[in-house]
Ligand binder design. Structure first.
Ligand SMILES: [Zn+2]
Length: 496
């Protein structure tokens, strides 16, 4: 009897001690996330030897192995059903056409002089060409486009040839045309805002990287320079004969990887829910055609070695203090090529997206205000209070996006989770404006570790870690606020 009582007392005492340890995460974060350690990670990832961690480069692979090694040291598991920390991401480089010709009626258009090509393979095509207004689904149906090349005005009926409308409508319009059975799409480009040579320079000379899709769609997608051409008038009255030749297109496979590790939640119920902590590991590599003797390495200390260190620090902490909810850590590839690693992940998630309750991404262009952290999308989800609390605990303000016109929300990996309905936001270093101080480093060789303010960054990292601690332990999973653009998609995803 007595012995039992003693035992009970002892157990209570132990319980109290364990409880006391758990209840002070701010002190524990401070103890575990140290300046020498974050400095060591940053120095390695952003060293010249890593040559800017370009997607597809050997140095990106080294960086991926480095992150996997940290996961291993901390004791993270591979994601459910996976045997390694690596998710293969099949990417592909498209080298642009080097030449081609498009003839329509009696006119002949030359590649670059009058047209550029977005999609398509080397080809020699002959057939009927029809006009379909702005290429809306209704106009495509009316024009009876099956097997024919479609000529349409760039932009939309409502916005006309406004440059923004042209760019946003192009992809969907091409997909609609292909779906309707068209042999391809030619858009007549007439925007006074964008001079033709600039367009050619940008689109016809660049290698583009994309997620490799199963069947390569050979249907061409062209932009044709508007002008006083007989054929462009005549085609509005009826179909014309046409021919298209394209040469020089090269597609080269670029295998890459996302690095994914997991910490299982401790709560029997909440462990079925996942918080995704993400950061892109890639940067933009080395400048081609740099002047001899000039620094040509884009080290990407701010963009985004900082984000990766935020992720690594969170993994270290949560491995020692496992939270109620499960947490997935994803170091992403291909962000700088167009958010490709997150795009691939969102289409091929290792944990179902409807079990993924939140994505807290860490990324940024740099910083110009060391009194705060900037949280892109902060005001849009119910995570707001936890985020403010975490920043405040380390002496930082939690600030909202100062430059909505820059579309930062759409320019990092959180976006690919958001479009699927998952509440997803990005933690970024203090940004009060997109000013000269920021641009001095943004995608510049000057973005090096030597120019970082560690007194600020240590607060920044600790605030990010602590925010994840709060999010992973909060009994209520964050949601989009009522009326948000992604609310409907979210209801569809979670079925509520
Ligand atoms: Zn970035």
């Amino acid at each position: 009897m007595k012995l039992k009582n003693h035992l009970l007392y002892f157990l209570l005492l132990i319980g109290a001690v364990v409880h006391a340890q758990k209840s002070n995460p701010v002190a524990d974060v401070t103890r575990l996330v140290t300046q020498p350690e974050v400095e060591a990670h940053l120095t390695f990832l952003a060293s010249d030897e890593m040559r800017g961690r370009d997607t597809g480069s050997p140095e990106f692979e080294i960086a991926a192995n480095y992150v996997a090694a940290q996961y291993k040291i901390f004791g993270l598991k591979p994601a459910p059903g996976q045997h390694t920390y690596f998710q293969s991401v099949p990417l592909q480089d498209s080298h642009p056409a080097t030449g081609g010709e498009f003839s329509l009626g009696s006119d002949v258009f030359k590649f670059k002089d009058q047209f550029i090509l977005f999609e398509g393979v080397n080809m020699s095509w002959k057939g009927e060409v029809v006009f379909a207004g702005y290429g809306s689904p209704e106009e495509l149906e009316k024009a009876n486009v099956k097997g024919k090349l479609v000529v349409a005005l760039a932009g939309t009926k409502d916005a006309g040839g406004n440059a923004m409308a042209i760019f946003t409508a192009a992809g969907g319009k091409y997909n609609d045309a292909v779906k309707a059975g068209a042999a391809g799409l030619v858009e007549i480009f007439a925007s006074p805002q964008i001079p033709w040579p600039a367009l050619v320079n940008y689109f016809a000379g660049n290698v583009t990287t994309k997620v490799k899709t199963g069947g390569d769609n050979p249907a061409p997608h062209l932009w044709l320079k508007d002008g006083e051409f007989e054929s462009l008038k005549k085609i509005k009255d009826g179909a014309l004969n046409g021919a298209l030749s394209v040469e020089g297109v090269k597609k080269i496979d670029v295998p890459s990887r996302n690095v994914i590790g997991m910490i299982e939640g401790t709560d029997p119920k909440l462990k079925g829910e996942y918080l995704v902590v993400s950061a892109h590991l890639d940067h933009v590599g080395v400048q081609k055609n740099a002047q001899p003797g000039k620094d040509s390495i884009f080290n990407g200390a701010r963009d985004n070695a900082i984000g990766v260190v935020g992720l690594i620090s969170t993994a270290k902490y949560l491995a020692q203090y496992p939270p109620k909810r499960s947490v997935l850590f994803i170091a992403l590839t291909g962000e700088e090529k167009g958010l490709l690693g997150s795009k691939y992940y969102s289409e091929n998630p290792v944990v179902p997206l409807n079990k993924t309750v939140f994505n807290f991404n860490c990324d940024g262009a740099g910083y110009n205000d060391v009194t705060m952290a900037t949280i892109i999308g902060m005001e849009r989800t119910t995570a707001e209070a936890d985020l403010a609390k975490a920043c405040q605990a380390f002496g930082l303000k939690a600030a909202v996006d100062p430059v909505p016109e820059q579309n930062l929300f759409e320019r990092s990996d959180n976006y690919n989770f958001a479009v699927k309905g998952v509440p997803a936001i990005t933690f970024a270093p203090g940004t009060k404006a997109f000013d000269a101080e920021l641009m001095k480093y943004y995608h510049q060789p000057a973005d090096e570790v030597g120019s970082l303010d560690f007194e600020y960054l240590i607060k920044y990292f600790r605030a990010y870690v602590y925010a994840n601690v709060l999010l992973a332990n909060n009994p209520a999973a964050p949601t989009w606020k009522a009326g948000d653009k992604f609310e409907a998609e979210s209801k569809k995803l979670y079925g509520k």
